[in-house]
Design a protein around this ligand. Structure first.
Ligand SMILES: Cc1cc2nc3c(=O)[nH]c(=O)nc-3n(C[C@H](O)[C@H](O)[C@H](O)COP(=O)(O)O)c2cc1C
Length: 194
């Protein structure tokens, strides 16, 4: 049996961010991508995630703010490093931040809400790839830093699942060694005995 979806899943990979070019997905395509990203398992229908679009000039303004923040944290930056920070969000024409936004719930653990956010990110990536765009999801230092998250628009209780960089891409993707799947599963062999 052949399935184009299985073929797609077995060959998908990420694109190098510097090779993502304009045009970005259109507004209608972005709506489709986010509809797919929102159609994921979500225990209790809490919608414990949201999406932030970074496009246009704001990408350059964020680079300036990240460079300033990095300098406040680390002292004067060498020119190469400063330029790296300045370009963080402007290499791809569109970056979508997948934000884990946990909700208070008496029974559903936060851990499950985080996992649902990861699923949203993967569906987002898959949908963008299915529309023919290249993607690469990164987090980086600013995701692990409260001031970084705040300047990127996250509330204090929120966390970054990933910043998915999206653009037109005509390469073959970054091939890398894949896991030996046969080593990753086994039939159940009884309780863990350490
Ligand atoms: C949650 C998460 C965060 C990541 N953050 C980074 C990062 O900050 N920098 C980086 O170079 N790669 C990061 N990666 C890895 C990239 O997404 C990488 O290009 C990708 O795993 C390539 O695999 P693929 O070809 O199967 O998509 C991250 C991956 C995940 C799942």
């Amino acid at each position: 049996m052949t399935s184009p979806i299985i073929d797609f899943l077995l060959t998908r990979n990420s694109a190098p961010i510097p090779e993502l070019r304009a045009p970005a997905p259109s507004d209608a395509e972005i709506a489709t991508i986010l509809a797919a990203a929102s159609r994921v398992p979500d225990h209790g229908r809490l919608e414990p995630w949201r999406f932030i679009l970074y496009r246009g000039d704001v990408r350059v303004e964020i680079g300036q703010k990240l460079a300033d923040l990095a300098e406040r944290r680390e002292g004067p930056l060498p020119e190469g490093r400063r330029n790296q920070e300045l370009a963080r969000f402007s290499r791809a024409p569109l970056v979508i931040g997948v934000v884990s936004s946990p909700k208070d719930h008496p029974k559903i653990p936060e851990w499950e809400m985080f996992l649902s956010g990861g699923m949203a990110a993967m569906n987002l990536i898959t949908a963008a790839n299915a529309l023919g765009y290249g993607t690469n999801m990164i987090t980086n230092w600013y995701s692990d830093c409260e001031e970084g998250r705040a300047l990127l628009g996250l509330a204090p209780h929120e966390r970054v699942v990933g910043f998915v960089h999206i653009g037109s891409y005509d390469g073959a993707g970054q091939e890398r060694q894949r896991p030996d799947v046969a080593k990753l599963y086994a039939d159940y062999a009884g309780p863990w005995e350490g």
